[in-house]
Design a protein around this ligand. Structure first.
Ligand SMILES: Cc1cc2nc3c(=O)[nH]c(=O)nc-3n(C[C@H](O)[C@H](O)[C@H](O)COP(=O)(O)OP(=O)(O)OC[C@H]3O[C@@H](n4cnc5c(N)ncnc54)[C@H](O)[C@@H]3O)c2cc1C
Length: 460
């Protein structure tokens, strides 16, 4: 990177906040490496300390037409932070202040680099208030979660990021600072730019501050682990459970995926039998309420041939189960080609999973299925180990999975986003006019195409 650029950036953020060496920690995310382009190493990392500095960086970059990539926690799964050309990388790590917990309005105001872990820990000390969704890896930042419109296991009852964001401060590609929304729950004033930014994957502006709604504390939880012999039975019981109990999370997990989570954590999953389990988390204000819900679920799943129902009650037992579920990806990462993340109508999950399993078997690739059964979001981990000519088979399986999801009325990604890895697939699966409109929106926000260029849509 040109010395003059380095000099200007040092002037804006201070010499100690510009990094030229050790950049490897800033040019990858959690996307499996098999599907990523080689990142450009001709990058400079800057760590601004406030919105004004970000605005100055953008004014300079826009004038000089230098690509800029914003980096939050680097937990993304679609290659959003990978620099594909010489770039300035803005790391949000110093914008890490929780500015205000507004107990009267039930809201929190924070800088965009605050991590999910930091927010959850802070709220533990605030009586009666909580942020119930759990939208990603806890080292993800709030800004990252907003621009990815992240979801997570609790979406079925508590919604996704979009349902909690009421206000944003953003820096536009030309450096102008804009406030959208505020401490208001309803706002019908013109086109909803706030919601356009949510899910924009760092291509339209840089989020610097976020106002999120909070909810009253969710009470206690039990975690039920329910093994089944047949996928179909497990998934068919889900709509019944939703209608009668509405749990906080219903996860579907194949046995092989459970084993990977056990390996990654060194912990033991309560059940050993069967081929696929449901993990159901229920919440309630009293033990009676929780017991009643657990009994109702037991009655339902027994009608769908559940082998058994294990109930984790202590915090430790529940934490262990959740940890195994959360670290499935970690346990399989080195052999994973890609994690698909389709969204289908919840009642179609069984059909989708069965069709994909048949397809995987017919072409001879190993695919593990798990995911958020309650909201129709299936994760499919495509594995490299059993494939010699993996590229062709992987492409064939992926195309089949996407076509099947679309035929069932679904979409190719529920929460991981497009980034760089699903751009071509999005173009193939969305109407042409929808893609054109997205490009026009990108041009309006970023006519010089400097903010995360080559992600989500290609302008040129
Ligand atoms: C183990 C694991 C579990 C996960 N579980 C879930 C899950 O349950 N649900 C789910 O939805 N996701 C999940 N994810 C994915 C990931 O946590 C989310 O996509 C998250 O939103 C990424 O946030 P981040 O701060 O790490 O963003 P990064 O990876 O740093 O960036 C992702 C994209 O956001 C942009 N960006 C980041 N911050 C800003 C900002 N302030 N302004 C503008 N653009 C910005 C970047 O440029 C990039 O395009 C998981 C990931 C892992 C590794």
């Amino acid at each position: 990177m040109d010395e003059e650029i380095v000099h200007v950036l040092k002037r804006i953020v201070g010499e100690e906040n510009v990094i030229k060496n050790g950049i490897d920690a800033y040019i990858y995310d959690e996307t499996p490496k098999f599907i990523l382009p080689e990142p450009s190493k001709d990058v400079i990392v800057v760590k601004p300390g406030n919105t004004k500095e970000i605005s100055e960086i953008m004014k300079f970059a826009n004038r000089r037409k230098i690509p800029v990539i914003v980096r939050g926690g680097g937990t993304g799964l679609s290659g959003g932070v990978i620099p594909i050309q010489p770039s300035i990388i803005i790391s949000m790590e110093r914008l890490n202040k929780i500015i205000e917990i507004d107990e009267d309005n039930l809201m929190v105001v924070c800088e965009a680099g605050v991590t999910l872990h930091q927010l959850l820990k802070t709220l533990e000390r605030v009586p009666n208030l909580s942020f119930p969704p759990h939208p990603g890896d806890e080292s993800a930042t709030i800004g990252g979660l907003v621009v990815n419109n992240s979801g997570g296991a609790r979406a079925v009852k508590y919604g996704i990021m979009r349902n909690y964001v009421v206000g944003l401060e953003v820096v536009l590609p030309d450096g102008k600072i804009l406030k959208l929304g505020g401490k208001v729950i309803k706002n019908a004033t013109g086109y909803d730019l706030l919601h356009l930014i949510i899910g924009s994957e760092g291509t339209l502006c840089i989020v610097t501050k976020v106002i999120l709604r909070l909810l009253p504390e969710i009470g206690d939880t039990y975690t039920l682990v329910i093994p089944f012999n047949r996928t179909e039975d497990a998934i068919k019981s889900v709509p019944e459970i939703l209608k009668k109990v509405m749990p906080m999370a219903i996860e579907y997990i194949e046995r092989e995926a459970i084993k990977a989570g056990e390996k990654a954590t060194g912990k033991k999953w309560p059940s050993k039998e069967g081929n696929a389990d449901l993990m159901v988390i229920i919440d309630g204000k009293s033990e009676e309420e929780l017991m009643k819900k657990a009994e109702m679920i037991e009655k339902i799943v027994k009608e769908y041939n559940a082998i058994d129902v294990y109930v984790a009650i202590s915090r430790k037992e529940q934490r262990d189960v959740l940890e195994i579920r959360s670290l499935i990806y970690e346990g399989l990462k080195d052999e994973t080609i890609e994690v698909l993340d389709v969204s289908v109508p919840p009642a179609s999950i069984a059909e989708y999973v069965e069709k994909c399993k048949d397809k995987a078997e017919s072409i001879g690739i190993r695919v593990l299925h798990f995911g958020h059964a309650g909201d129709g979001n299936v994760h499919q981990q495509i594995m490299k180990s059993s494939i010699g000519d993996w590229k062709e088979k992987y492409e064939e399986f992926k195309s089949y999975a996407f076509e099947t999801a679309m035929k069932l009325g679904g979409y190719i990604t529920a929460e991981h986003g497009i980034g760089i890895v699903k751009k071509r697939d999005m173009t193939k699966t969305l109407p042409k006019r929808a893609i054109e409109l997205m490009k026009e929106i990108k041009r309006i926000f970023d006519p010089n195409n400097i903010l995360n260029p080559g992600k989500v849509v290609d302008l040129y």
